[in-house]
Design a protein around this ligand. Sequence first.
Ligand SMILES: [Zn+2]
Length: 149
Amino acid sequence: MRCPYCNYDGSRVVDTSHDSRGSIRRRRECEACKQRFSTYERPILATPLIVKQDGTREEFDSEKLIRGIRISCAKRPVSAADIERLVGEIEAALQAMGRAEVSSRVVGDKVIAGLKKLDQIAYIRYAIVYLRLGDLESIRTEIDRLLVS
Ligand SMILES: [Zn+2]
């Protein structure tokens, strides 16, 4: 581990501790300048590849998802933190599935379910685009479903 003070590539572990989330924290001392610093080790879960409607695959892109959701939430009382939390929860749920690939539908359904709880107008906006609700009848059906649920 390279020393952040002098860049020397050698350090000695002086203490190791675990935090509640399973991360390992190591207190280190540089062998050259003797400054102390900490490093963290934590498990990184793989996010599955997203299989799009046309069969192509792409990496899960949280920034892109945030942009899409933000458009649906324009001028609605949904904070940037709410959107980031939703996308973080979706990514964690995808990782927990433990699969190499998931359909983009799975992602879309999770966004819809999350927005439904956050803001109903944002939800309808997203659903119109995502579910390709192309006419007033299908939008009304969706709103009716929302009103009874
Ligand atoms: Zn050093």
